[in-house]
Design a protein around this ligand. Sequence first.
Ligand SMILES: [Zn+2]
Length: 255
Amino acid sequence: MFEEGKVSEIAPGVFVRHAVDNCTWAVLDDFVVIVDALEQAHLADEVLRHIRETTDKPVGYLVNTHWHGDHVACNIAFAAAGATVIAHESAAPDKSGKGDGKPDITFGTSLSIRGGGRAAELHHMGGTHTPGDIALFFPWAKVLGVGDLFGWGLIPLTQITDESVANLKQVMQRLLDFDAEVIVPGHGPLATPAHLQRFREYFQNLLEEVPAARRAGKSPEQIQAEMPRPDDMLDWWRFDWKHPHNVEQIARQCG
Ligand SMILES: [Zn+2]
C-alpha cells in the first residue's frame, strides 16, 4: 500500500515521505512548510536531505497536527534547520525560547501561512483524537493533511459518548467540505474523500448495529464473530485487526 521511506510528489509542490508515520512538506513560493515530525528524532536528517532534493527554498515552518510523541520527535532538528514551530494552543506545551522544539506560534481557530501566491491554511478541528487536532489545506494542490483525525478505520475516540460521536461526525463533514482531492493521514497510505465518507458511514452503522446486538443479549465475542469486515473495506490498511477492535470497543462501552 506504500513503500516505507519513499518520497513522492503527490500534487504540484506537495511531497510526502510515506511511512507508518508520514511526513509532508509543501513548497510555497518563498519557503517550505513541513507537516509533522515523526516518532524518531534520528530520521530528521533523512527528511531534511529529501527536502533538499525536492527544492532549494528554505525551511520556513513546521506544523504539528497534534502534540503526540509520534508527531513531534524531529521538532528540535527541524527548528535548528530554520523552522518556526506552529501548533494549536490547546495541544501544545507552553511556548518557550526558539530552537527547543516547542511551539513558537500557537493559534486558536485558524491561521494562514502565506508564501507568495501559495498559502497553507490551518484549521482547528479538535476534540476527536486530541483536543488540539488541526487540519491543513493546501488550496492550490487540493491536498488536505488530517493528522490522526482519520485513522484508517480506527475510531479516533477515546470515549464513545453521544457528544463525542456527534463531534466526530461533524469533524468528518468539515474535512469533506474542503473539497480536497488527496487526503494525507498521519499514518499509512494516502486517502481520498471517498474513504472519509465511507469511514463515517461505517462508523454510523457500527453505532447502530453493535448496541442493538448487545440489547439482544449477544456477547462482544459473538458480535465480533457475526460482524465481519464489510467486503468493500477488505483492502483498508490494518483493517483486519482494526475492525474487530472497533466492534469490541463499542460493544464493551454499551455494557
Ligand atoms: Zn499519530
